[in-house]
Design a protein around this ligand. Structure first.
Ligand code: GRF
Length: 204
């Protein structure tokens, strides 16, 4: 399956997907990396692997989210993309793109959903006093940080944690579960049934 990774920043999750996809047995090819931010560090890192990169700067669209998404959609289709992986892509999506890519777009969120949707998840986890925190890969639905859950990874919260130390622990889990989740979706082993994901195989 041809996959586009959408980023806004450093792209460490993108890199974990690129690395996993280097294995010929991996069921997906990272064919394109798109950023809404021309300064995203991940763009150079992707180009270093010989992957095509593109910038669609949302600031050129003057708040017209749907025009931005139409151009994004056209770009993805022009490259024969079959699956989208959002990896630190910091734009809220409208129903246009969500519906156009229904069950073909996944996201990673740095919390155990449905807890801590939105931003500053590690600060909020510490404030709340949860003892477990983590990351979730899910299909994207119209609601932010919602949609059928593919894989979650948990980490302990330590009394000594700062948002930075906790975030770093979560990030190592993100880098493990995102490639696994993408493989499950690209191979067809994970599919959506109602509000849930069903796995046809237990081996991945
Ligand atoms: C990750 O924590 C991801 O879960 C969140 O944004 C961060 C992106 O980091 N959505 P990176 O760009 O993948 O390094």
């Amino acid at each position: 399956k041809k996959v586009a990774v959408l980023i806004s920043g450093r792209g460490s999750n993108m890199l974990s997907l690129i690395s996993a996809a280097q294995d010929p047995a991996f069921p997906a090819e990272i064919a394109l990396v798109v950023s809404n931010n021309p300064d995203a560090g991940g763009l150079e890192r992707a180009a270093g692997f010989g992957i095509e990169t593109a910038v669609l700067d949302h600031r050129n669209y003057k708040g017209n989210r749907e025009a931005f998404e139409r151009d994004m959609d056209a770009l993805l289709r022009s490259r024969g993309i079959e699956l989208i992986a959002l990896a630190g892509f910091m734009r809220l999506l409208t129903p246009f793109l969500v519906n156009a890519w229904k069950n073909r777009m996944i996201n990673i969120h740095p919390a155990l959903l449905p807890s801590f949707k939105g931003l500053h998840t590690h600060e909020r986890a510490l404030e709340t006093g949860v003892r477990l925190h983590g990351a979730t890969v899910h299909f994207v639905s119209a609601e932010m940080d919602d949609g059928p859950i593919i894989i979650q990874g948990a980490v302990p919260v330590l009394d000594s944690d700062t948002p930075e130390s906790l975030g770093a622990r979560v990030l190592t889990v993100e880098h493990k579960i995102y490639p696994r989740a993408l493989a499950l979706v690209a191979s067809g082993a994970a599919s959506v049934s109602g509000h849930k994901v069903v796995l046809s195989r237990e081996d991945a």
